[in-house]
Design a protein around this ligand. Structure first.
Ligand SMILES: NC(=O)c1ccc[n+]([C@@H]2O[C@H](COP(=O)([O-])OP(=O)(O)OC[C@H]3O[C@@H](n4cnc5c(N)ncnc54)[C@H](OP(=O)(O)O)[C@@H]3O)[C@@H](O)[C@H]2O)c1
Length: 287
């Protein structure tokens, strides 16, 4: 069985290490975190491997996954390149969606193949993530040979690889930030509005759950233009003006969100065929 070194076993590293060890796709050898205690906990979770906290304790392996936070990737790469703990021809990859695989250039100069693999998934709960990885889309870019090997591993893991352009990853990743992290922040803003209107958080979540699920279903079934409803879709300029003022008087951050997303909603409403004069008036209010 091919071997794996895990550099950075946090949410992503632990999930993938456990998945690959349990499915016998890879044998996890060394696991390194900033502290030995953390690496030891990760190994317990993965169920395989030897915890270490120093880069010179790593032995060469067929695969090296660098799943440290993005701002640590270059440091981790420089360490394994300088200490020469790499097997010639090994595949070294990181998991960042926003940084290119070319960050790993120092290990390519050591004779390794480099790539990146970005699973479009939230790894908030490593146990759940390792059990629900099947069907996860994984964006891959890098050396041809490394990409082919990674695609093979992703497919064997039950997930779905797709190719990414390394030079546009910041914008690609911003898409994931918007539809995932910012969706959470937007829901938080909505819950705060309900609370400000006297509706407790638990009740607000009950009220919102069905309409959020329905809206998401409509977007993916019929597209954003068809899914848009509400005052801007109807061209109700008076209501938008009143609501905008009420938010401004209550909370400037919520008011900024209302205006910024309102501008996008105006674009959708235009495509939907809302009255141009009403949309012009709304744009003036939220502009
Ligand atoms: N979280 C997600 O949902 C998600 C999804 C897709 C891709 N990614 C990408 O996956 C990568 C890892 O993210 P994550 O969420 O798993 O991060 P994380 O939970 O913060 O885990 C990072 C791990 O790296 C270790 N670490 C930090 N600096 C290190 C260093 N210099 N040398 C060795 N180990 C070091 C930490 O060790 P300690 O425990 O000792 O601090 C920690 O265990 C990132 O590139 C991220 O962009 C994340």
């Amino acid at each position: 069985m091919e071997t794996l070194t895990l550099i950075g076993a946090g949410n992503v590293g632990k999930s993938m290490g456990r998945l690959w060890a349990r499915s016998k796709l890879l044998e996890v050898r060394h696991v390194i975190n900033r502290t030995l205690e953390s690496a030891t906990r990760a190994v317990e979770f993965i169920g395989q491997g030897q915890p270490v906290s120093r880069y010179d304790e790593i032995a060469p392996s067929d695969w090296v996954m660098i799943s440290v936070p993005d701002d640590q990737i270059e440091f981790a790469c420089a360490q394994v390149a300088e200490l020469n703990v790499l097997a010639l021809g090994a595949t070294v990859f990181h998991c960042s969606g926003s940084r290119p695989s070319s960050l790993l250039e120092p290990v390519r100069r050591r004779g390794c193949k480099i790539a990146s693999m970005h699973p479009v998934k939230s790894f908030a709960d490593p146990l759940q993530a390792s059990q629900t990885f099947a069907q996860t889309p994984c964006g891959i870019e890098g050396d041809d040979e490394a990409c082919l090997r990674l695609e093979g591993l992703v497919v064997a893991s039950g997930a779905k690889p797709f190719r990414l352009d390394g030079s546009s990853k910041l914008l690609y990743h911003a898409g994931t930030v918007m539809v995932c992290n910012y969706l959470t922040a937007l829901l938080e803003t909505g819950f705060r509005c309900y609370e400000a209107a006297g509706i407790p958080r638990a009740r607000a979540m009950e009220l919102a759950a069905p309409i959020v699920a329905e809206t998401v279903r409509n977007v993916f079934k019929s597209g954003t233009v068809a899914a848009l409803t509400g005052p801007i879709a109807r061209g109700d300029a008076r209501l938008v003006a009143d609501q905008s003022l009420a938010l401004q008087q209550w909370d400037s951050a919520a008011s900024d969100v209302y205006k910024a997303l309102g501008a996008i909603a105006v674009q959708l409403a235009r495509e939907k065929g809302a009255a141009p004069e009403a949309l012009a008036s709304i744009s003036e209010t939220i502009g």
